[in-house]
Each structure stands twice: as C-alpha cells, then as structure tokens.
Design a binder for this molecule. Structure first.
Ligand code: ARG
Length: 563
C-alpha cells in the first residue's frame, strides 16, 4: 500500500518514489488516516509552505480504488485507504510469502561480521556474556533476514593474565577428580583461590596489568613461557581450554546460538606484533624507555599496545584480529558487541587502525551494552563474586516448569525459560541497564517472552478448534480491532529495517509486543469460530501467526503450537 501511495505522490510531485517511500509515516491516530506524507522537506525546494504544497498535491493526486480519500492537516497529506482492499492485500501477501514475509531482498547485499559472546577461557560465562550472546545473535539474525551475508564470530579470550593465573593455580592446587566431574566449577575454584592469594598483596587503584606483586608476577611469567612455546605450559593451557569449551557449549546449546567462526585471541598475537613493529618503524607508535610500545591521541588517554617484556595485551590481539579478519572476509561492516565499559578500548582500537593506515577502520562499530541488575534477588547458587549465566538459565527453566504445573498447561519449559531470559534482555535498548527479575520475566501476562509465546499458542488453538481452511479475502466490514491488527502486520518489514539500521533488536521486541496486544484485542472483540466469515477471519489469525513467529525468531525465541 505504501508503494501505491508513493507512486501516486511521485506522479504528482516529481520526487523519486523511493525517497517518498522513506518519508511516509503511519499516523498515531486513525483520525489522521492510515498513512501520511509530510510535506516539509518539499517546502524548501519548492519555496512554498508545507500547507500549500499539501493542498496542491491533494488536488493533483487521483485516488484509485485503494485510496478512499485524502485530507490535509498541518503540512501533512493524510491518506485514508479502502480498508477492505488494503486488508485483503496484506493478508494475501502474508499468507503467500509465509515465513518470508518482511524479508529484505537488499539489492546492495552487504557482508556483515558480528563479534559477540566472546567469553574467557578458564572462567565461566557470566551475566555480561549473556547480553553479548543474546544481543549479537539477534543482530546477526536481523541482518540475515534483511538479506545480507552474515558472519558470527566468537572470539574466545584464550590468552591474557587470567590464563597465566590459572596455569599457576592449576600446577599448585588442581583436584583432578573435580575437574572430571565439573570442569567449569573446578576451574572457577582455582581462579578464585589464586585471586584471593593475589589480592592480599594488591596495590589499591593500580590496574591489574601493572600490579607488581609476587602472585601477579608468577602469572606474567607463565604467560611469557606460553608465548615462547614452552611445551609443559602449553599442555596445561590446552587442558584448560578443553574443559572450558565444554562448559561454553552447554550454554550455547541451551540458548540455541551458533557461530560461523570460533577463534581464540591468541591466534592473532603474531599478526598484532608485526603490525605494531611496522608502525613503530614508521613512527606511528612510540617506544617507552622500558620497551613498552604506546600510541597517543589528541582526545583520549595514551594506550600501551605492547608490554615492556614484549608480550601482547588485549589490544594487541584485537589489532591483529581486525586486520586478519578484513583480509579474510572483506566485510562491509564489523560489529563488536560488549559491555559499555569497553567503549574506550574500541574507540582507541579504531583510531589506532586509522592511524596505522587501515582504511577499513570506518567499517567498524561497537555496541556497548549496560549492566544487568538482579535487585535483591540473590542466586542460591551464586559462586564467588560472579553470577553465572548457566545458573540464571537453569533457574529460569526450573521456574518455568513450576509455572507450567501451576497453570496446568502444556509447553516446553526449556523454550519458555530461554524465551523469558532472552526477551527480558532484548526488550531493553542495548545501552540501557536491565533490571532482571524472575517474577517479571516469567509473567504470562506482562511484556514478556512467555506472554508472546502464549499469544501465539492461543492463535493456533483457534485454527485447531475451527478446523476450517483460512481464506485470504475480506468481504465483510472490518471492526476497528480487526483493521488495527492487520495494519500492525503490515508494519513488520519496516520495523525490521529500522532495527537493522539502528543495530537495535529492542525495536523488534517492542513490535512483537504491540502486535500480540493487537491480536489479543482482536481476540476479545471479535468472534472467529462459528462466525459468518469464519474462513476469512481465520486468515487474519493465520497471518498473525506467521508474522509473530518471524518476529520472535529474530530475537532467537521459538514458539510452540500449544501452551
Ligand atoms: N573476552 C572479552 C570479555 O570477556 C570480550 C571480547 C570482545 N571482542 C573483542 N574483539 N575484543 O570481556
């Protein structure tokens, strides 16, 4: 319909159809029509007031069978569609395209890499990684749906001071049986034990890197041994990695998240160092007296990019990884998804790449997300100072199970629990903090994942109970709630586009919620089964199911036929 309107305006205004299409809005209230076109941008070009332009356009445009009338108001052209024709078009289109409805067939297909999840070997995934995992996965799905080529990259923190610490602890205190039984737990115990020792000698206010105490130094020595390729140290490192990955994979399979590439940071050490050495030669990086290499910026603190003992640090690997990935993929965009506290790190990284002459720096983006608050709810299984991702998921699934029993309904507790967690995170804009509460996340009536799943199942039960075949036709006059639902369905392609342009899945989450609400209003106001136009109304229900399913799939949420 938007296309039709854009075409009509194009004929009468001389503007390009595509340009118009981007400007057309959906008015906030039905009194302002079904679509409206703001004339403000034409005003400058034509040197006339928007009101006058609107009036003139109104006179010129010949309405066809799809558009009933046009009104003008405060510089807008408001289009009132023929509701029957319009609705029938939408319903037929959805039922014809099914799960492909709303898919973009971008002519300018891009290659988009997303670096997300990226937990650290030897440490369990914590709640910060859950946001990265869920957010990154959703962004990837949205771009994929838009028709782009996507590459999901899991960049494991397999090297760094924490690895040095773990190797020290492993040699001193490993309990082999525990490692076999619960590798994640045993590695966490070792890590915490090391940190406790180290903390007693910690210098307040000094960054970890620069701590000069017996324990931190031991960890640094192990790191150096590892970089030199010491066999014994390498063997322990490998064992730690294997145990750790088992734990990560358990979480990924619970969340149903996959990657196209999983690579450890360590792989990029050499590449990073080589680039830095070159930059040093060209005078783009500077040498400290103690041998450390740094870069200075006009508007940011200086950044060390190589340690004085020659070993790599977090940014060394990132420099190498970015360059290698660009060589490999020639991406149009690469998006890093991490906690907002790494914002400076990425700003510096992008600036460094620019300074070193890598033009692809302009294709790099960072999404920094806020923190997750659990309020007063303390996890019974809280271990040490971290809240573990796996514990949160398991507890949510347990609670979903209780809820299913209480309500005597059907449904898959795993799917409901995972939906509850994913939705609770994704409905918030990435930058915002999330206040997580189980009660809220699992509420079947609120703005939650389970509510959306439940609404889908409710729609399905109408189709099941009726048993008749949906018919994509509208021959009756539509009630307000029916038309509003259909209009909401038609917004889906646009919403996907917005969320991809803004790198913001919360747009899809909010849309899903609004759509489900429109459906529930329809459900309460309009009889489907045994009504005069049963087949036609079933088609509306069926179309709703396709769109909600697609929309939720972009958030990584699965629906169920029954709940
Ligand atoms: N491993 C890091 C962490 O847990 C995140 C890595 C993000 N990706 C990157 N290319 N630096 O905080």
């Amino acid at each position: 319909m938007k296309e039709i309107i854009a075409e009509l305006i194009a004929k009468s205004s001389g503007m390009k159809k595509e340009e118009i299409s981007n400007l057309i809005e959906i008015p906030p209230t039905p009194e302002l029509g079904d679509f409206s076109f703001p004339c403000f941008s034409l005003s400058k070009k034509m040197k006339k007031s928007p009101n006058i332009i609107a009036e003139e356009l109104k006179k010129k445009i010949k309405t066809g069978k799809e558009i009933e009338r046009i009104e003008t108001k405060s510089g807008y052209l408001n289009f009132f569609t023929n509701k029957k024709i319009y609705s029938e078009n939408i319903i037929s289109e959805v039922l014809k395209e099914k799960e492909n409805y709303g898919k973009g067939n971008e002519k300018k297909k891009q290659k988009i890499a997303v670096d997300f999840s990226a937990p650290n070997i030897g440490k369990p995934m914590h709640i910060g990684h859950i946001r990265s995992t869920i957010l990154g996965d959703s962004i990837l799905k949205i771009f994929d749906f838009q028709g782009h080529e996507v590459i999901g990259i899991n960049y494991l923190g397999d090297i760094g001071l924490h690895i040095g610490k773990l190797i020290v602890a492993y040699e001193l205190w490993l309990d082999k049986d525990s490692l076999k039984k619960d590798p994640v737990q045993e590695l966490l115990r070792l890590y915490i034990k090391f940190c406790d020792q180290e903390k007693t000698e910690y210098q307040e206010g000094l960054e970890e890197e620069f701590q000069d105490n017996e324990w931190t130094n031991k960890a640094k020595e192990k790191l150096l041994l590892l970089e030199k390729g010491d066999e014994k140290t390498k063997k322990i490192w490998k064992e730690i990695q294997d145990s750790s990955k088992k734990g990560f994979n358990r979480v990924y399979s619970l969340l149903n998240v996959n990657f196209h590439e999983t690579t450890g940071q360590s792989l990029f050490s050499e590449a990073g160092k080589k680039i830095i050495t070159e930059a040093l030669k060209k005078g783009k990086a500077k040498l400290e007296k103690d041998g450390a290499v740094y870069v200075e910026f006009p508007d940011m603190p200086k950044k060390y990019i190589l340690r004085s003992n020659g070993t790599s640090s977090y940014i060394t690997y990132d420099i190498g990884a970015a360059v290698e990935r660009f060589k490999k993929y020639k991406f149009d965009k690469m998006i890093y998804v991490t906690d907002f506290r790494q914002e400076l790190h990425f700003k510096q990284l992008f600036e460094i790449l620019k300074l070193f002459g890598y033009d692809f720096y302009s294709k790099l983006y960072h999404i920094g997300f806020g923190t997750v608050n659990f309020g007063n709810e303390i996890l019974a299984t809280r271990k040490g100072k971290v809240i573990l991702l796996e514990d949160v998921l398991k507890k949510t699934i347990e609670k979903a199970e209780e809820e299913i029993k209480k309500r005597k309904t059907k449904g898959d507790a795993d799917k409901i629990g995972v939906a509850a967690v994913k939705y609770a995170f994704l409905k918030n804009e990435p930058r915002k903090d999330v206040n997580f509460s189980w009660e809220q996340a699992l509420n079947f009536e609120g703005n939650t994942g389970p509510y959306l799943q439940y609404t889908y199942a409710r729609a399905n039960s109408i189709l099941r109970k009726s048993g008749k075949t949906p018919k994509a036709k509208i021959s009756f006059s539509l009630k307000k709630e029916e038309f509003e639902l259909i209009k909401k369905l038609s917004e889906f392609p646009e919403q996907v586009r917005h969320s991809s342009l803004q790198l913001n899945p919360s747009i899809i989450a909010n849309y899903s919620f609004e759509l489900a609400q429109k459906f529930n209003e329809f459900y309460h106001s309009s009889q489907v089964i045994n009504s005069e136009n049963e087949e036609e109304k079933l088609a509306i229900v069926k179309a709703f199911m396709f769109v909600l399913k697609s929309s939720l799939s972009l958030l990584g949420i699965e629906v169920m036929e029954q709940m």
